[in-house]
Unconditional design. Structure first.
Lengths: 108, 156
């Protein structure tokens, strides 16, 4: 599974890449469609898409002769993985609090 | 995008407490163990509260007295089971629509007079961050970006 761990926030720190990411969140699009909506050239869009794909944020599939880009559904899974960490911390905290609880002490 | 199911988060922990005390620690005393690093309010956390009844609120109170809702209690079956919601949306705001809530189901099983296993299952993430919600928060302005930012800072 891809995660955002290795500086993936850096991937979206670039305004053009963030704009591409947000356009793709609304609907899948081709390179040409993205370039038409952005103030950058088609080769520049392709370059950003390549970085986003390598970072695991965007995936590409072929529809006839077009290559269509969309957000990687695994990205949502990455968010879940983050919450997984929250729970792992929380249960570790719960275990620690249980160890610290004096059995004679009345809990609130 | 479709709201494809996202696998639930599960966790199990065994503690050296009778089942009723484990339940009390998990609920009434949640402030003692919930990690302070996770909260959504602007202010530092003063207290985390889980109200001990059906429809009770789960919320944080900041040091400035402000309150931020996190969810609601759906089932209160002390000391065996507790179900409550996580209603934080893609912009890290409380979403009052229960249709958008993910759900936390906690079961307490007595293994002995002073040993209890607690099983947590947090499910329904596709309702929170999937499909239309992502769409809406992004169109609403930067919600997804904010979420990723928070996420990246947390894992950093």
């Amino acid at each position: 599974m891809q995660t955002y761990g290795d500086g993936a926030w850096g991937l979206l720190g670039d305004p053009s890449r963030r704009a591409i990411f947000e356009l793709l969140a609304r609907a899948p699009r081709s390179v040409g469609e993205l370039a038409a909506e952005l103030p950058i050239s088609q080769p520049a869009v392709s370059q950003h898409l390549r970085v986003l794909r390598e970072g695991g944020l965007v995936v590409c599939h072929r529809e006839g002769t077009r290559r269509v880009y969309r957000l990687n559904p695994e990205g949502v899974t990455a968010l879940r993985a983050w919450l997984d960490g929250v729970w792992s911390d929380a249960l570790a905290g719960f275990h620690k609090a249980a160890d610290a609880a004096d059995p004679r002490e009345e809990l609130p | 995008m479709t709201n494809a199911p996202i696998p639930p988060i599960t966790g199990t922990v065994t503690v050296a407490l009778p089942v009723d005390e484990a339940f009390a620690l998990f609920t009434s005393a949640i402030d003692r163990w919930w990690p302070r690093a996770f909260h959504i309010g602007a202010a530092e956390v003063d207290e985390i509260v889980l109200e001990p009844f059906v429809d009770g609120r789960w919320y944080e109170r900041g040091v400035d007295g402000s309150e931020c809702d996190w969810g609601r209690v759906r089932l209160w079956d002390a000391p065996q089971r507790l179900v409550f919601t996580w209603q934080i949306n893609g912009a890290f705001q409380f979403d009052p629509d229960p249709e958008h809530a993910s759900e936390i189901d906690v079961r307490f099983r007595a293994e002995g007079p002073a040993e209890t296993t607690v099983e947590v299952e947090h499910s329904g993430f596709e309702k929170v961050v999937g499909g239309q919600t992502i769409h809406d928060t992004i169109n609403g302005g930067g919600g997804w970006t904010l979420l990723l930012d928070t996420f990246a800072k947390t894992v950093a």
